[in-house]
Ligand binder design. Structure first.
Ligand SMILES: NC(=O)c1ccc[n+]([C@@H]2O[C@H](COP(=O)([O-])OP(=O)(O)OC[C@H]3O[C@@H](n4cnc5c(N)ncnc54)[C@H](OP(=O)(O)O)[C@@H]3O)[C@@H](O)[C@H]2O)c1
Length: 279
């Protein structure tokens, strides 16, 4: 049974049309939340996910919006329309991201060296993965702080991916979003809003990995792929009141043990974000 404090919460999920964002959107709707889902290009994916969400949560549970997280105007519009049309705002999940496939279709096997990549692609990935989460949080915070309750959840990646040779600019962009999150979390102390990082904990079967989604035997740089639904239990916890006050942490979905009560599972999947070391 879903935590009753999730019901009625309004969650914005950028990049909610496919992959991890779609799985989180459907999981949240199943637990009684309302969701805004965004994408910048694939309107058809947004409409499909919205239709699937309505099957689960009824006609008013989802707001699909074509919006680009690299545009500050679009980010502000997403927040404003969510409050107006879904009646509030509680959680922003900055999940939209662009990966290494924009650099090279075969990036897992043949890793491009940083001087071989196109500088415009570097800018596009950094703009999406770094400026996007900043602009979404910047647009949402005034409402959340006034409300005295809110969540910013920034989706990042495993340390191994952040530092892997041949993974510029994707790895670099996730270092930046992790640093951004640490500062946001400290700035948000005592506001009732928390800022945390959520990662799957390994490569996941989405369009971000070379090949067709769902193909048997498909694998990422670390081997087998997780299913996108791996993100659902931690995002439900982070949306619920059970995570009140839990701020500046990193949640690793693959370490979530659904056999445990949510707080015990969260304890096992939670790490302090990078601010414990002096140098
Ligand atoms: N898959 C993995 O192995 C893995 C592992 C660790 C972390 N992650 C992270 O998980 C998140 C989701 O990735 P995914 O694997 O689900 O990828 P995905 O299947 O490619 O989905 C990415 C989503 O983000 C949207 N998007 C991209 N750029 C956008 C922009 N500028 N504005 C608005 N929406 C945008 C895409 O829609 P449009 O193309 O229509 O804009 C799409 O809906 C990313 O942050 C990724 O870095 C993924």
């Amino acid at each position: 049974m879903a935590d009753p404090t999730i019901a009625g919460k309004v969650v914005v999920i950028t990049g909610g049309g496919r992959g991890l964002g779609r799985a989180m959107a459907l999981g949240l709707v199943g637990a009684g939340a309302k969701v805004t889902i965004t994408a910048s290009r694939e309107g058809g994916e947004l409409e499909k996910t919205a239709a699937d969400a309505r099957e689960i949560g009824g006609p008013d549970c989802v707001l699909p919006l074509k919006a680009d997280v690299t545009s500050n105007d679009d980010c502000r519009r997403v927040i404003a329309e969510t409050i107006e049309k879904l009646g509030g705002l509680h959680v922003v999940v900055s999940n939209a991201g662009r990966g290494m496939s924009y650099v090279s279709k075969n990036f897992v096997k043949e890793r491009p060296r940083f001087w071989e990549i196109d500088v415009d692609i570097w800018r596009m990935i950094i703009d999406t993965n770094v400026n996007g989460p900043f602009q979404m949080a910047h647009a949402a915070m005034p409402h959340l702080v006034k409300q005295g309750w809110g969540r910013i959840v920034n989706v990042s990646t495993s340390l191994i991916t952040m530092q892997r040779a041949g993974y510029a600019p994707y790895g670099s962009s996730k270092w930046a979003v992790e640093g951004e999150t640490v500062i946001m979390a400290q700035d948000a102390e005592d506001t009732g809003v928390t800022v945390n990082i959520l990662i799957p904990g390994g490569a996941t079967d989405t369009a971000m990995i070379p090949g067709e989604v769902g193909t048997p035997g498909r694998s990422g740089a670390d081997g087998n792929l997780f299913k996108p639904e791996i993100m659902v239990p931690p995002i439900l916890y982070l949306t619920s009141d059970q995570s009140n006050g839990k701020n500046g942490d990193r949640y690793v979905s693959k370490l979530w043990d659904s056999e445990l009560e949510p707080e015990a599972a969260a304890e096992k999947a939670r790490f302090k974000a990078f601010r414990d070391r002096e140098f």
